[in-house]
Design a protein around this ligand. Structure first.
Ligand code: KG4
Ligand code: ZN
Length: 329
């Protein structure tokens, strides 16, 4: 079954054709990063308009590249995300499903991120501990079976990616901040400044707003500090907390492996440290390719295919839900 996936929840306009939830025939991503960069963050109204302008071309390219004229189903992200942006993809997907007379299926963006790993590694064994870290979410998920999740912990304030973006902005490194801090950290000393590891020994929830404030305070008190040292020390503190908690959670649930998901999973130090930790613990680490960590539509097509098998097609009067939660057991 060839599923066309459409993703427009934030600032990426993406379409992809995936066969039976595992073989990617095409994956086209048009990023709006340049459009939002001068504002230092995503401007919702601009994002919606850009999706309207780009989506037809992106879908056409995905179909041509995939060698598909009429897919067997259409899947689109229905939430969480920016409401205007989501509606562009959902409306287009429903219209296409109607015209082609094929099923439409709505996909939770977070479930999409969980399935990104299975696209590259279909043999991943469950239960799996997934560390989902993006611009909007920081979650530790016990994936017990397909479609069956348990949320072990999440951030109580800023998401990890949000912290990277805010700190980068403060340091004048531009937007998006994650890749900029990742790159600059290579030149810095991660032990130069001991930034706080919030809630390190305290359950599975996270807090990242305190470290952001610590960075601001430190730089104000030490104006001559090397920015690379601040970036590297900040990154080391965030990664330390993420890896320590993921490792402990994996022990508790008896996970076969730890899997990274979401945009922050593209971070070089996080990738290295999770691999190292799993090696020490005799556990499998799965680190998706960087393209599969950040927003794309192949993961939406893959998750959509699974949902179609388990729950069937959705009615065409379905809308989008900007606050959609990952349904957990
Ligand atoms: O999953 P994603 O593409 O979009 C959301 O659903 O949020 O994640 C985007 C987030 C941004 O905050 C960005 O700064 C962060 O992922 N990010 C990174 C890296 N690449 C992207 N954070 C740290 N290191 C990176 N290399
Ligand atoms: Zn995402």
């Amino acid at each position: 079954m060839k599923v066309l996936g459409i993703e427009t929840s934030c600032d990426e306009t993406a379409a992809s054709v995936v066969v039976d939830g595992h073989t990617v025939l095409s994956s086209v991503v048009s990023s709006q990063v340049d459009l939002h960069a001068r504002f230092g963050g995503v401007v919702p109204e601009l994002a919606s308009r850009a999706h309207v302008e780009m989506l037809n071309a992106v879908v056409a390219e995905a179909l041509v590249e995939g060698g598909v004229e009429r897919p067997d189903a259409v899947a689109a992200t229905v939430g969480p995300g920016l409401i205007g942006a989501l509606l562009v993809g959902v409306s287009a997907a429903k219209a296409l499903a109607l015209v082609w007379d094929v099923p439409f299926v709505g996909v939770n963006h977070l479930e999409g991120h969980l399935y990104a790993s299975f696209l590259e590694e279909p043999t991943l064994e469950l239960p799996l501990l997934v560390l989902l870290v993006s611009g909007g979410h920081t979650m530790l998920i016990d994936m017990q079976d397909h479609g069956r999740y348990r949320l072990l912990g999440q951030t109580i304030d800023d998401a990890a990616g949000e912290a990277f973006d805010k700190v980068a902005r403060y340091l004048g490194l531009g937007y998006p901040g994650g890749p900029a801090i990742d790159k600059l950290s290579v030149e810095g000393d991660p032990t130069a400044i001991a930034f706080p590891r919030s809630m390190l020994d305290d359950g599975y929830d996270f807090s990242f707003s305190g470290i952001k404030t610590s960075v601001v305070r430190y730089v104000r008190a030490h104006p001559d500090v090397a920015t690379a040292d601040v970036a590297a020390s900040f990154q080391a503190a965030v990664v330390d907390v993420l890896v320590t908690k993921a490792r402990r959670a994996a022990d508790e649930i008896g996970a076969h492996g730890i899997c990274l998901a979401g945009g922050v999973a593209a971070n070089s130090l996080l990738r290295d440290e999770i691999v190292l930790a799993c090696k020490e613990d005799g556990r499998r680490a799965f680190v998706p390719s960087r393209a599969m960590c950040t927003d794309n539509a192949a993961m939406i097509a893959a998750a959509g295919w699974r949902r179609l098998q388990s729950d069937g097609a959705w009615a065409l009067d379905t809308g989008a839900d900007p606050n959609l939660k990952l349904s957990v057991t």
